[in-house]
Design a protein around this ligand. Structure first.
Ligand code: IVH
Length: 715
């Protein structure tokens, strides 16, 4: 359908239209711009719908679509009937019967940030003739990313199920839907005086079930589904209901779209709010978004008073989406009261009383310009891809690690390639795959160096490791990385001694080994541009403080391969003086629980290298503590986490977490759960209707008082 060359050109054109409109010829007319937009949108629709393999993110596609819509609004005379905007999207399949919906199924308008939601809220008030400062009540729930379904019940029985189709007519999929356990075949609508009803919802597949399905397909040599949504929409249309049943489909219902009594009169008014309609559906056995907190710590549906609360809830969900068992691509915000909905009305395309809040795209495509090889503190050489900058989940990405040679080979990544990058949650971005159909032959394979890019000594690869290493401990890159790590937060934690300061001092020749950090000349520092007396004095204070650190920090700061925070604590608990370790034989290390043979070997080697011992002695002479402290002696179980060493207590009703969930999260963050308010309590988290505990804590004056929101932020 499209040649590689054409695809490449369309891809480039898309990126220009999105990110570099200054690159568009200044004499381009609106008609030309519209034609360009149409051709790139058609191309991306083909990649998405026909191939299931999009090359730009949904967000980018939406932006292109919006550009075209805006131009068509300005120039209605230039709208052509075959424009992508003129087609009501359709998923009709020929072999399946088609049925008309009882009311049209509309789409949703999209919003992307707080600003868009404020505008939506303002528009709602304008349309519904409410005062600008009114707090509109909104029902907010996940935007499930599956296949839309419409269910018709007559006389308490499921009589028909259909896909969305073109919004007016859909594919009949009753037999397949009957295999979905979460769709009741009978439901007591008549209790509410309803003789016939149409419900809207979404058929979806849990993420873990999806993984199982794909694993089974892989084992059977079948092609894999790109995502749970494709598996779900495909499942809805299977010819054989048994096959549909094997997909593990579930259905959430999120709208009562039509309800009439035996005389055919609408009874929708009996449910004057969306929340009441959902509560009724929940009551009679449907799976609806739940009001109680779920696995994310958040409820699936919540009523929000005013748009501020809506924004907070949407953002909380955006942060938690990875821990939700289903794929969702945003939240849906609906005016709760039906009479306000009616006053807002509809466009031909969507209701004006609802909007989708789309999460930031987790994936984007860009071009790999070059690869750099970075040497780490223990000599590992890591290839790092230099990308053309691209927006991902709200941040600009230009560097991603390619881990090691095996990773590069297994994905066949080449310089000049277009790549798909993903950043899920807080996870570091990574390359998912190469878009090899966009190759034009100019791509170059990545050459792994045989020598250290910094000190040029030959690189070595150990039999059981995937990485190449520079074994020269004096390699400048390693020395610098060790210095940077030594002062960092988890190591000696020297404030004011960050990466840029270290590099600067290093370039001035002041730092060659970590011992030099403890004999800096503060007079000279005070004279440096950007420093002055005060900063120099502060730095001195921070370094003097670090000298008193417990020895587990010192051990961790030495960049011994595989020796981390946890194992440093284990070692520190066993020695009175750091240099005692020089007397230990290999066996002695291995007797410590959780210290394996490789780590034992590394520590042993470090403490049998005379220059390391020399360095430690120098540090001691400069005042650095090498003796075990009380903190080193303490047994450490939960050694990591933002609340380590602090006691916490919850009081009042929390809004997004149950008490058990809150306590579990606090414990996971390292805190100890207190039994009451006392002098030993550090933190009190207060929910609604907090009583005597809050008063008592306030009286003590030593307890930090946090809201639930603050607690969630801190952990
Ligand atoms: S309400 C008239 N609620 O999003 C408003 N839609 O573009 C009707 N969707 O294909 C939609 N989760 O299937 C609504 N909680 C939810 C939803 C939801 C997913 C889908 C819907 C439609 C698309 C709207």
């Amino acid at each position: 359908m499209y040649t590689a060359e054409a695809q490449r050109a369309l891809y480039e054109l898309s990126k220009t239209l999105l990110y570099a409109p200054q690159g568009i010829p200044s004499d381009e007319t609106a008609a030309e711009r519209m034609e360009n937009l149409r051709s790139v949108i058609r191309y991306h629709e083909w990649r998405y719908y026909a191939l299931n393999d999009p090359v730009i993110s949904d967000f980018e596609y939406d932006q292109l679509y919006k550009q075209l819509e805006a131009l068509e609004r300005q120039h209605p005379e230039l709208v052509v009937p075959d424009s992508p905007t003129q087609r009501v999207s359709s998923d009709l399949t020929e072999e399946i019967n088609q049925v008309a919906h009882l009311t049209p199924m509309l789409s949703l308008d999209n919003s992307y940030d707080a600003h868009d939601l404020f505008e939506f809220d303002a528009a709602v008030k304008r349309l519904a003739a409410l005062p600008p400062n009114a707090l509109v009540e909104y029902a907010v729930e996940p935007k499930f990313d599956g296949g839309t379904i419409a269910l018709v019940y007559e006389n308490d029985r499921l009589v028909r199920a259909a896909t969305r189709g073109n919004g007016l007519v859909g594919d009949e999929i009753t037999a397949n839907i009957r295999t979905v356990r979460s769709v009741p075949l009978q439901a007591p609508f008549s209790k509410y005086g309803i003789a016939k009803a149409e419900l809207r919802g979404e058929a979806i597949i849990r993420k873990d079930v999806f993984e199982e399905i794909n694993a089974a397909r892989q084992a059977a040599g079948e092609s894999l589904f790109a995502n749970p949504r494709n598996a779900a929409t495909g499942g809805l249309r299977m010819k054989d209901p048994k096959e549909a049943a094997s997909r593990g489909l579930e259905a959430f219902v999120y709208q009562l779209a039509y309800a009439v009594d035996a005389q055919g009169r609408s009874v929708l008014e009996k449910f004057p709010t969306h929340a009441e309609a959902l509560a009724m559906l929940e009551q009679i056995g449907f799976k609806v978004p739940l009001a109680q907190a779920g696995p994310t710590g958040l409820p699936e549906r919540r009523l929000c008073r005013g748009i501020r609360e809506v924004i907070d809830f949407c953002e909380a969900w955006q942060a938690q989406r990875e821990s939700y068992p289903y794929e969702i691509d945003g939240m849906v915000v609906k005016v709760n009261a039906l009479d306000v909905q009616e006053r807002c009305g509809y466009t031909a395309h969507h209701p004006r009383w609802a909007v989708a809040f789309k999460f930031k795209a987790k994936q984007a495509t860009t071009r790999l310009r070059d690869v750099e090889f970075q040497v780490g503190k223990t000599g590992a050489v890591t290839p790092v891809a230099k990308l053309e900058p691209v927006q991902l989940a709200g941040v600009t990405i230009q560097n991603v690690s390619l881990h090691n040679e095996d990773f590069i080979r297994s994905k066949d990544i080449r310089i000049g390639d277009y790549v798909l990058v993903e950043r899920a949650g807080d996870v570091i971005p990574y390359i998912v795959k190469v878009l090899d159909h966009l190759r034009d032959g100019s791509e170059r394979p990545i050459q792994f160096p045989s020598h250290c890019p910094v000190c040029h000594s030959p690189l070595v690869k150990l039999a059981d490791e995937a990485v190449w290493r520079c074994e020269n401990a004096d390699c400048e890159a390693q020395v610098l990385q060790r210095l940077i790590f030594h002062t960092s937060k988890n190591a000696m934690d020297i404030e004011g001694m960050g990466e840029s300061t270290i590099i600067r001092f290093y370039q001035l020749g002041w730092l060659r080994s970590i011992a030099d950090i403890y004999r800096l000349d503060y007079e000279k520092i005070a004279q440096l541009e950007g420093f002055g007396k005060k900063s120099a004095a502060n730095l001195r204070k921070a370094i003097e403080k670090a000298k008193q650190n417990p020895i587990h920090r010192l051990l961790n700061s030495l960049s011994i391969h595989h020796l981390g925070q946890k194992s440093s604590k284990l070692l520190a608990a066993q020695v009175e003086h750091v240099l005692d370790l020089a007397q230990w034989d290999l066996e002695r290390y291995q007797q410590i629980k959780d210290i394996g043979p490789v780590l034992a070997q590394n520590v042993y080697r470090f403490f049998h290298n005379p220059s390391n011992l020399e360095m430690l002695k120098t540090m001691e002479a400069l005042g650095v503590n090498l003796r075990q402290t009380a903190e080193d002696r303490r047994p450490s179980s939960a050694v990591e986490g933002p609340l380590v060493g602090r006691t916490i207590l919850f009081t009042g009703t929390l809004s997004t977490l149950t008490r058990e969930q809150a306590e579990a999260r606090a414990a996971a963050a390292g805190a100890t759960i207190a039994s009451g308010v006392s002098k030993n309590l550090n933190i009190l988290v207060v929910g609604e209707k907090a009583g005597s505990k809050l008063r008592k804590a306030q009286e003590l004056g030593t307890v930090e008082i946090w809201t639930e929101e603050e607690f969630l932020k801190r952990i």
